[in-house]
Write a protein that binds this ligand. Structure first.
Ligand code: FMN
Length: 462
């Protein structure tokens, strides 16, 4: 089927939702990178076997999702509509959970989230402190939908923004909306996305390119990987919108070779989008065409820098060059090129769909929206979080991250990768946004936060 307009999308959404409504339960198994490592595949197989044994395979839908965020407790499983969240699930535990929760209707509390401070189990995902203070825009579908199903993405209003922009908005209007939203690039430098797109739109050329930077080289960072693995269509839709706004009809997604799961899921998503006519010629019955290809990087840190990245796509050695000329003037193959980070692009569809004002209600005066952070190192809840800009670093590490394991003292958090810095305890009240983090000598960076405890030697770290 070729999707021609918004009505076609609404029809797919309704069909998918009514199919889902027929199931008594939906069991969501986290298939994020962390849970894959902690053997969620075996849990899923055991779950399928168990449901088959009870003759329930037709009544319960089992869905593998992208990262739910709390990687330290994987494999994790969410049962809907109850919203019960089970942690550290094994094939043996899942059999017990099915028997108690599904067959007998009793939540098996002992396998749900345990709050050590309050010494109680918290079965409902929405009551768990780790999730409560988060605001999910870029991660809106990660851990919520079947990453491999384009219909599941459409059922969450996916590709609605692309339909709206291509059929009702001019390129300039799309650019204006992104400018008004205040979105700044999430790849590290925080450059205003709308201004970059405006430069791309104004560039005059017979050919322009749109590039997604999925090189994600910062140590401890896995935000972009998780978005690509958990919600690849959000990045594809962001690129269609970006390509339309600046007038580019060819896009490249540059992914590092160390991300094979992301590449596999993204490739499937691109094929699915093509099958529905969302990539290729005459998108949404307009004369706009957009094609997308993946380019795999060899894993050089410097290839995350935009001019090196473009050299690498061209098949040359990945080395940076002087700017100007900026990529929007002379980029890939000498043509105007706009480059955005994965997380930046995942924010685009909801901005166009819900409007710039909706987006700019989150965040601070000069840093709008949210930021995804990857919590790694000496922190209890290692994993992936999305928080409104302006939240304090202390809240991220202690309220959401649940502090330092084994009651040890906090020493520092490394933010911003090699271009960033180590933030020490006197700065824990600093609001996290582009300006304030720079003032204390670090940078916001792309979102890797490596937490270090009192035992860490800062000389070794340096
Ligand atoms: C050494 C170096 C490494 C970089 N690595 C990355 C990276 O891994 N991912 C990324 O998105 N941006 C990276 N950047 C920033 C890019 O050059 C570019 O600014 C960014 O992709 C633009 O997208 P944005 O405006 O959406 O943030 C790096 C920059 C430098 C100087």
């Amino acid at each position: 089927m070729r999707i021609k307009n918004l009505e076609d999308l609404v029809k797919i959404k309704e069909e998918y939702n009514s199919k889902m409504a027929e199931y008594n339960y939906q069991i969501l198994v986290c298939g994020g990178g962390g849970c894959v490592s902690s053997k969620c595949g075996e849990v899923k197989e055991a779950l399928d076997r168990c449901l088959k044994g009870y003759g329930l395979s037709e009544k319960i839908s089992v869905i593998t999702t992208g990262c739910m965020g709390i990687c330290a407790l994987g494999p994790v499983v969410l049962i809907k509509p109850d919203e019960t969240f089970y942690t550290k699930v094994t094939p043996e535990k899942i059999a017990e959970i099915v028997k108690s929760h599904i067959i007998n209707g009793t939540i098996l509390e002992k396998y749900t989230y345990y709050d050590k401070a309050r010494q109680l189990y918290i079965p409902n995902i929405n009551d768990i402190p780790f999730f409560k203070d988060q605001v999910k825009i870029a991660l809106r579908n990660c851990g919520q939908i079947d990453y491999s199903s384009i219909e599941a993405y459409i059922a969450k209003d996916g590709y609605f923004a692309a339909a709206k922009a291509l059929s009702k908005m001019s390129r300039q209007q799309v650019v204006e909306e992104i400018k008004k939203s205040g979105l700044r690039g999430r790849g590290g430098a925080g450059f205003p996305t709308g201004i970059k797109w405006e430069a791309g739109l104004k560039a005059i050329s017979d050919q322009k390119y749109f590039v997604c930077n999925a090189d994600e080289g910062d140590p401890g960072a896995f935000m972009d990987r998780s978005i690509l693995e958990g919600d690849p269509h959000s990045v594809i839709e962001g690129m269609i919108l970006g390509g339309y706004a600046v007038g580019a009809n060819i896009g490249y997604i540059y992914v590092r070779a160390e991300y094979p799961i992301a590449v596999e899921r993204l490739s499937t998503a691109i094929e699915e989008a093509r099958r529905y006519g969302l990539l290729g010629k005459n998108l949404f019955s307009t004369d706009f065409e957009f094609e997308l290809e993946i380019r795999i990087g060899a894993g050089a840190f410097v290839c995350g820098e935009e001019t090196s990245l473009m050299a690498s796509i061209e098949g040359r050695r990945g080395e940076p060059r002087q700017k100007p000329p900026f990529p929007f003037e002379r980029g890939l193959f000498g043509k105007p090129t706009i480059i955005n980070n994965v997380e930046t692009l995942a924010n685009i569809p909801p901005i166009i769909h819900k409007g710039a004002h909706w987006f700019s209600q989150f965040g601070t005066e000069r840093s709008k929206g949210t930021k995804v952070f990857a919590l790694a190192g000496n922190v209890v809840n290692t994993g992936l979080v999305e928080v409104p800009m302006g939240i304090s670093l202390g809240d991220i590490l202690f309220k959401i991250g649940d502090g330092i394991p084994q009651g040890k003292a906090f020493k520092a958090a490394q933010a911003g990768g090699p271009s960033g810095g180590c933030i020490t305890k006197e700065f824990l009240n600093t609001p996290v946004d582009y300006e304030n983090i720079s003032k204390i000598g670090a940078i916001m960076g792309s979102g890797g936060l490596i937490v270090m405890n009192e035992d860490t030697c800062m000389v070794d770290t340096a």
